[in-house]
Structures are given as C-alpha cells and as structure tokens.
Design a protein around this ligand. Structure first.
Ligand code: PRP
Length: 186
C-alpha cells in the first residue's frame, strides 16, 4: 500500500513541481562554499550578515560549514514605495547592532534575481566603510544587469523558473522545504 502524499502546504492544491536542486546537492555545495569562504578570509575579523527572510536556512547551514572564527548578524530590508517598482532606496528595518566599519563583511543572500535588492543594500553597506564587502548567494539567475557588486561566492546558477524551498517562498509558503523546487503554473 502506498502512503498518501500530503501537500506541502496543508489544505492547498499542491503547486510544487519538480525538485530543481535536491537536499543532498545543496548540502554538498554548501560544504564546498564554506571551505571557499574560509580559504578567502585566512585571517581577520569576519562578520557574516544574513539577509532575512530568504537566507535563514542557507545561513544556518553555511556558517556551520565555515571552519574559522566569525560573528553572525542579520539584516531586514524594506524598499520604499510600491512592491513592484524599484525606488532605488532601501530602509533597514533591522540594522545590525555591531559596527561594520573596518571589518570584513560577507552578505548572505538566497537568490540574485533582478539584482535590485543587492544593489540597494550594497550602496547602504558601503557607506558604513567596511574593510571589505562581498556577497555569497545560494542561487544566481544570471539575468541581473549592472550589478554594483557581483557575488564572489555562488552556490548554483538557477534555472529561469519560480523557485521555492530552502528559505525561498511563494506568498510566505514553502520556505520550510529541505530542497529547492519549481512551482507549477496555475
Ligand atoms: C527575494 C529574495 C531576494 C530577492 C531577490 O526577497 O530573498 O532577497 O527577492 O530578488 P531581486 O534580485 O530581484 O531583488 P523578498 O523581497 O521576496 O523577501 P524575503 O527574503 O523575505 O523572501
């Protein structure tokens, strides 16, 4: 007898389509990324900044795979204006309490899509005069034009699909999935 498959969002019509990147593939790549990051920062103070909410699972796994001392904090950003237009400004809803000046900052993001989020954040963070500023993104769609700062560490080039899971959401659902999947068109 086969087990009944529960929808990943209870009560919903399950829209999750194929698994794009499995939990095993993610785990293997995150381990590699952790070592790449440790090798890049051989000495000095490192502050890893996770951009919420999308990076929360990736960040948790990533920092446990970076074999060097570090500090961890978060950013919550909110754009001014309508959610569908790019105002070019960003407000930090949660601002790290630690000073960024003179420190190595690694900004951790789940996905680079249009690049608008990162472009706005990079401008804000540079004003804080860090010793260095780099980006680690789990996924990169490679469609962003004119990025202020290209991601130095990238987990996977992402297919041109709406992706959910491992922190990524659709209307706040699916973040908890241990893999990355695409959504079916309705
Ligand atoms: C998503 C994602 C990235 C951003 C990428 O965040 O987590 O931060 O969009 O898109 P972009 O490159 O086109 O700017 P969202 O604003 O949905 O918030 P979330 O992290 O809370 O899901």
């Amino acid at each position: 007898m086969s087990a009944r498959v529960e929808p990943v969002v209870p009560g919903s019509v399950d829209r999750v389509s194929g698994v794009a990147i499995s939990a095993e593939q993610i785990a293997a790549r995150v381990k590699e990324l952790g070592q790449e990051i440790a090798d890049h920062y051989p000495t000095g103070d490192l502050l890893v900044l996770g951009l919420l909410k999308g990076s929360f699972i990736f960040l948790g796994d990533l920092v446990r795979n970076i074999p060097r001392p570090m500090q961890v904090d978060f950013l919550v950003a909110s754009s001014y204006g309508s959610g569908t237009t790019t105002s070019g400004e960003v407000r930090l809803v949660y601002d790290p309490e630690t000073h960024l000046e003179g420190r190595h900052i690694l900004l951790v993001e789940d996905i680079v899509d249009s690049g608008n989020t990162l472009n706005r954040l990079v401008r804000v963070l540079r004003q804080r005069k860090p010793r260095s500023l780099d980006i680690c993104a789990l996924l990169h769609k490679r469609i962003a034009k004119g990025l202020e700062l290209e991601a130095r560490f990238v987990g996977f080039d992402a297919p041109p699909l709406f992706l959910v899971g491992y922190g990524l959401d659709h209307a706040e659902n699916y973040r908890h999935l241990p893999y990355i999947a695409s959504l079916k068109e309705l």
